[in-house]
Design a protein around this ligand. Sequence first.
Ligand code: F0G
Length: 352
Amino acid sequence: HRRWPGLIEAYRDRLPIGSDWEPVTLYEGGTPLIHATHLSAVTGCEVYLKVEGLNPTGSFKDRGMTMAVTDAKARGQKAVLCASTGNTSASAAAYATRAGMGCAVLIPQGKIAAGKLAQAVMHGATIIQVDGNFDDCLELARKTTATYAEIGLVNSVNPVRIEGQKTAAFEIVDVLGRAPDLHFLPVGNAGNITAYWKGYTEYHADGVLSSRPRMMGVQAAGAAPLVDGAPVKDPETIATAIRIGAPASWDGAVAARDESGGTFRKRTDEQILEAYRTVAGKDGVYVEPASAASVAGLLDAHANGELQAGQTIVCTVTGNGLKDPDTALLGVPEVEPVPVDPSAVAGALGLQ
Ligand code: F0G
């Protein structure tokens, strides 16, 4: 039983990697595709979760980052820069450390989950809080790296990020032996939906697949530019990872939807939080709020009668719930400790 070699080694022949390049890797990818018993029972479909929170830094960003940092290093760049709602910065910080490179991250002030900030701190990134939102941060990152060529831009506007992230589609097909009928995923800056569609399309073109899934993008209601058809100036949502008003990969997302016969939809924060609690509480998979948008989209499609019984469906859950404990504990009351006494435990359990 060979150890998983990381996604660059696993899919090297499908990635733009020089034959003499040494991958910068934390053995990302190879994440589980978990059958969701509860969601399958509710929808009458075969629902699987692609659990991207089990990547080394706890999100799918590691797929793009192994490529982006390997590429930056091979080009002789000394440092990387990104804008981020949190996960990209955590990933960039880890992979830059691995490569012996510098890392700076531009984050929207006060709007990233605690665990993500902690990761960037622990990996030694230079953290620059910006008095603006993600879209402002990304513009700043683009302008800065355009002026200083020695700094690599590792946001998904860098095409090698998309190349790395497309491998998640390969993995799903390699496990299922086919493409799902529908694929739901959260959409923020829209790099990931673009990447999955590229992966499915490459396998299809090479004859690995006879059909491709319909791509079902889900945004937060307060940050739904693709659904509304226009950029959102002041995006707002509790799902801070997807609090984005002007997605950089707009065209890629629209192409994925249109070429696949898919849809975009938006869900309110309440609907996203309900899905967040369902997937943790009923299927045993703890994801971060933004990740639950895919599940909220699935439940909406079911409620609207858009699903057919027996369909194979994948929901990508993009990030680990541990990144954002504050949202999990919202409204959870503090409980009085019991004495060190079995009868007190029995009492608390209502056994007496
Ligand atoms: N889910 C999570 C957990 C994310 O962190 C992101 C994006 C998305 C979904 C949306 O993916 O942008 O490719 O459409 N996070 C970026 C970041 C913006 O900075 O970490 P997308």
